[in-house]
Design a protein around this ligand. Structure first.
Ligand SMILES: Cc1ncc(COP(=O)(O)O)c(C=O)c1O
Length: 409
């Protein structure tokens, strides 16, 4: 790759470089926000960790029952969710499933949710949240995402003026895809939304990256949403989610949610029609793997050793090759799995197509927006966790070259 910033090269030089890259026949992928095999291996000792001890004080975990999860796993849930243990429900391996069930049960059984309803979707956001809305016929209203979280003036105005708005999606820490953590004032205002909205309004507080700091000594600190909701008298609106998917094994972890006592009774009543109990053996294995909060923090520091160099490489390559402002802007997260690249308006689709020609797969332009519709054609999510460092190095050079070509005057 050129030593000079790509913005200083002539169109001819850029084309020559691009042709050279074409001949490399790359096969690289920056789309997958999943842990690498090395990250998964950090938790491999979970296999056999119980050594035949399946009993807790009150339960044979091998058997049916225990719809809300075993008592012993609740501390882990409360560390991730930042709620009292008594509010925690521990489920199967996917928090996304619990979010889907939450929305589905409200839609089917809450009288306040009948007729046409809408959700606020801070954008860019997580595509699978948007797919849940689409699947369940819930209209999505995008709201802009700012440096400290969703644009709260817009959110409050919409919620106060439209009682058909029944929910908002939030990824409050190291947000997917921007990596931004909501600031304290934003968290407080979100906790108060239940007081402004019509009946049945809920906040889906998806804290998927709660402990996923790049540096354990300098974590972003998120305000206490549970306490603020309690203080605002809106606890019935608060639904908090997290999981061990990006902590232990993504395919066989434990998911958690927390909500008020009455919402909990509602959720468990309907859950009980479709399940007799979660995988309690898996839950007990996680108790053994993470007996204390510091054991969890130490484990996350090992993840950080693997993911931090990748996140830094993305940001450093962008800094090195591109001219911030003219050729786009990018986030600098302190945790999570993603960097967001804001390409100059109208160029994201072209960048993704140019990269595909070079064999570098990027998340489709628009995927971070409700209905896949990024009107400004600007947002590209970069996911560096899965490739090796050598692959990422090559993929980011190629990406920057495509940006330089697409934005060349
Ligand atoms: C914001 C967010 N929520 C939820 C998930 C999925 O969580 P789970 O594996 O617990 O279903 C992801 C996965 O990438 C995510 O980015």
């Amino acid at each position: 790759m050129s030593e000079q910033p790509l913005g200083t090269l002539s169109a001819e030089d850029l084309t020559t470089l691009y042709t050279q890259y074409q001949s490399k026949q790359l096969a690289l992928d920056l789309t997958r926000g999943k842990p690498s095999a090395k990250q998964l291996s950090l938790a491999d000792r979970i296999d056999g960790i119980l050594d035949g001890n399946y009993l807790t004080s009150g339960t044979d975990t091998r058997n049916y029952g225990g719809l809300e999860g075993i008592a012993e796993i609740k501390p882990l849930g409360s560390w991730l969710l930042d709620t009292p243990e008594s509010a925690v429900i521990a489920g199967g391996n996917s928090s996304l499933t619990m979010m889907y069930q939450t929305v589905l049960f409200q839609k089917l059984f809450n009288p306040a949710w009948q007729g046409d309803i809408s959700f606020l979707c801070p954008t860019p956001g997580y595509d699978r949240h948007f797919s849940i809305c689409e699947e369940l016929g819930i209209n999505m209203v995008p709201v802009p995402f700012r440096a400290g979280g969703p644009d709260m003036d817009a959110v409050e105005a919409l919620v106060a003026n439209d009682t058909s708005i029944k929910g908002i999606w939030c990824v409050p820490k190291y947000q997917n895809p921007t990596g931004v953590t909501f600031d304290d004032a934003t968290v407080k205002r979100i906790a108060n939304l239940g007081n402004l909205a019509g009946d049945g309004f809920i906040v889906l507080w998806d804290n998927a990256y709660a402990v996923h700091h790049l540096d354990n000594n300098r974590p972003d600190v998120l305000a206490d949403f549970w306490a603020l909701s309690e203080a605002a008298g809106t606890l019935d609106s608060a639904f908090l989610f997290a999981s061990t998917s990006k902590i232990s094994h993504a395919g066989s972890g434990v998911a958690f949610m927390a909500c008020s006592e009455s919402q909990r009774a509602f959720f468990l009543k309907h859950l009980g029609m479709s399940a007799i109990g979660p995988d309690k053996v898996g839950q007990l294995r996680h108790v053994a793997l993470f007996p204390t909060k510091s054991a969890l923090a130490n484990h996350m520091a090992l993840h950080a050793e693997l993911i931090k160099p990748r996140m830094e490489m993305v940001v450093n390559k962008l800094d090195q090759h591109l001219n911030s402002g003219e050729q786009g802007e990018w986030t600098r997260p302190n945790g999570g799995y993603f960097v967001t690249f804001y390409a100059p308006e109208g160029t994201a689709t072209k960048i993704v197509a140019l990269a595909a020609e070079l064999g570098v797969k990027l998340t489709p332009a628009g995927a971070t927006h409700p209905y896949g519709n990024d009107e400004s054609d600007s947002v590209i999510r970069l996911a560096p966790s899965f490739p090796t460092i050598a692959e990422l190095d090559e993929a980011m050079d190629a990406f920057c070259l495509c940006v330089a070509i697409a934005t060349a005057k």
